[in-house]
Ligand binder design. Structure first.
Ligand code: GDP
Length: 363
């Protein structure tokens, strides 16, 4: 599955958020196979109102949402790249995630110590990013000299590594994250370098309860920083999320309403994480179940089918496709068929977000 690593300085609210996520997962587990996989890994459902609508129209007995994993990565402090705190372990964990959810303390509370002595989320973001950049620089420099030697002796793979790594090393040395030096089209090759500052980042501004709907001056600065980086920021109150996660499903909407919120911060983090990873959803709808499936944007129909079952890719013949809006507007499969809105697509079809699919395959 796809996963997001939750990082940030100590005492910013990471564990509070992670616990809220896993509480939510535990509540979901009654209906769905979502759970805490390991103490620091939780899988949660991706909220998607489209699934409810499809299941209603398709009169499905069951709804199965798709999911996303979150990993709580503890131990980041200033100096982590030199092995301070849980330094090395922290770095190993973060190399394995697909995207980074960076929690920033945007709440004032004299009772809760800030490791840097004051609340300043932009400074904190830079502190964490600096550790990640130093670790990336170290890891690339270690590999560079041997690769240069091999490249001189005609090794093509090493030459490709050197060509990709040199500009990244220059960027990192100048205090810029690796992602700023990855040429267009080289994203996949860069991902194989296992760097941390090529990973997409979502900033989570943890504000005090009263600012959950509006944000505050601290979160406004984070949003400005995120905009300048082309990154995304969401505003949440970890304290509120913690409360919500312990409530019965039916009481949540009313509680959120009373705070002037439309949806929970966790839902926004989950959805933003999904987007950050470049993921889209297609659906299968039947009387037994309606189900959401996750694929990378740009995936073709046979590979999309493989998410359901490997055999579906091998035996793929075609897929019957109805766009979500057509399915809903025309009252389901029958109506869409009659209106000529059900298309039969082949091997080269690039699946779109919201497609309702039925695969035809040989077994
Ligand atoms: P971590 O070290 O980043 O995992 O931080 P924790 O989640 O353990 O939170 C550190 C402390 O800050 C705990 O005492 C939390 O109760 C408190 N805390 C977390 N979020 C908030 C918040 O939004 N407001 C206030 N006032 N305290 C918070």
């Amino acid at each position: 599955g796809f996963n997001c690593g939750i990082v940030g300085l100590p005492n910013v609210g990471k564990s509070t958020l992670f616990n809220a996520l896993t509480q939510t997962a535990a509540a979901q587990a009654a209906n769905y196979p979502f759970c805490t996989i390991e103490p620091n890994v939780g899988r949660v459902a991706v909220p998607d109102p489209r699934l409810d609508e499809l299941a209603r129209i398709g009169k499905s007995i069951k709804k199965v949402p798709t999911s996303l994993e979150f990993v709580d990565i503890a131990g980041l402090v200033r100096g982590a790249s030199r092995g301070e705190g849980l330094g090395n372990q922290f770095l190993a964990n973060i190399r394995e995630v697909d995207a980074i959810v960076h929690v920033l303390r945007c709440f004032e509370d004299g009772d809760i110590t800030h490791v840097e002595g004051s609340v300043d989320p932009v400074r904190d973001a830079e502190t964490v990013e600096t550790e990640l950049m130093l670790a990336d620089l170290d890891s690339l420099e270690k590999r560079l000299v041997p690769a240069q030697k091999k490249a001189k002796n005609g090794d093509k793979e090493s030459a490709a590594f050197v060509a990709l790594a040199e500009p990244i090393i220059a960027a990192l040395s100048a205090g810029k994250p690796a992602r700023t030096a990855v040429p267009k089209g080289e994203e996949a090759a860069a991902a194989r370098l296992q760097l941390m500052t090529t990973k997409p980042v979502l900033y989570v501004c943890n504000v005090e309860e009263g600012s959950a709907a509006t944000g505050n001056a601290h979160s406004a600065r984070v949003e400005e920083m995120a905009r300048a980086q082309g990154a995304k920021a969401v505003i949440v109150s970890a304290a509120i999320e913690d409360e919500i996660s312990q409530m019965a499903e039916g009481d949540r909407a009313e509680f959120l309403d009373s705070l002037g919120l439309h949806d929970s911060g966790l839902d926004r983090i989950i959805r933003a994480g999904y987007e950050l990873l470049g993921l889209i959803t297609y659906f299968t709808v039947g009387p037994k179940e309606s189900r959401a499936w996750t694929i990378n944007r740009g995936t073709k129909a046979p590979q999309a089918a493989a998410v359901i079952h490997n055999d579906f890719e091998r035996g793929f013949i075609a897929c019957e496709t109805i766009a979500y809006d057509d399915f809903v507007a025309l009252g389901g499969e029958g109506g869409a068929k009659e209106a000529g809105k059900m298309r039969v697509e082949g091997k080269e079809y690039v699946v779109k977000d919201g497609d309702v699919l039925l695969f035809r395959f040989n077994v």
